[in-house]
Write a protein that binds this ligand. Structure first.
Ligand code: FES
Length: 157
C-alpha cells in the first residue's frame, strides 16, 4: 500500500522546510510528521519522504535508523518508554522497566498481541532531576514508584 502525506501534513512539511536553508535539513521534522501520520516509518514512507523533500532516500534511512525515537515497525497504540540510564537506574528505573515488561508479557520493543501497548527500554530522556521516569507516547511521568507506575498504567485506555 502506497503511503501519501495528507494535505495538512504536506503544509506542515512545507512550513518546516522554510525554517532551514536546505530541504535535507528538514528531514527530521518530516520523519516526525510521517511517524505521527503512519505510526511507523516503513520503506514506502521513506520513499515518500525522499520524494516530498527532493532528497536521496539514503538520507532518510540514515536518520530513521540512527534515532531511536523513530520506529521501522508498528508499535503499540501506547508506546511506553522506560529510562534505565544512570539517574533513573539509581532510583529504581531498572525495576520499573522489568515490572512494566512483566505486566504486558513483552520484552524490549515488544508489542502486546492486541497492539495496544509496546515497551521500550531507553537511554536518558533528559529528565534526570525527576528520576525515575517513563514516557507514554509524548507524555512524561516523573518521580515514580512502582505503585505510581501501576496507577498510571491502570488508567491507560
Ligand atoms: S537518566 Fe533517566 S532521564 Fe536521565
Amino acid at each position: 500500500m502506497d503511503f501519501k502525506f495528507t494535505e495538512e501534513n504536506l503544509q506542515r512539511i512545507e512550513a518546516a522546510r522554510k525554517k532551514y536553508p536546505t530541504a535535507l535539513a528538514a528531514v527530521m521534522d518530516t520523519v516526525y510528521i510521517a511517524q505521527e501520520q503512519n505510526g511507523y516509518i516503513s520503506d514506502e514512507v521513506m520513499s515518500e519522504i525522499a520524494d516530498v523533500l527532493g532528497i536521496d532516500k539514503v538520507n532518510v534511512l540514515s536518520v530513521v535508523t540512527f534515532y531511536t525515537m523513530y520506529h521501522t515497525k508498528p508499535m503499540g497504540k501506547k508506546h511506553i518508554q522506560v529510562c534505565t540510564n544512570v539517574s533513573c537506574m539509581l532510583r529504581g528505573g531498572q525495576e520499573l522497566y522489568e515490572m512494566v515488561c512483566e505486566r504486558y508479557g513483552v520484552s524490549n520493543m515488544g508489542v502486546t498481541e492486541d497492539g495496544k501497548v509496546s515497551v521500550e527500554e531507553v537511554e536518558c530522556m533528559g529528565a534526570c532531576g525527576y528520576a525515575p521516569m517513563i514516557a507514554i507516547n509524548e507524555d512524561f511521568y516523573e518521580n515514580l514508584t512502582k505503585e505510581k507506575v501501576n496507577e498510571i498504567l491502570d488508567a491507560l485506555q
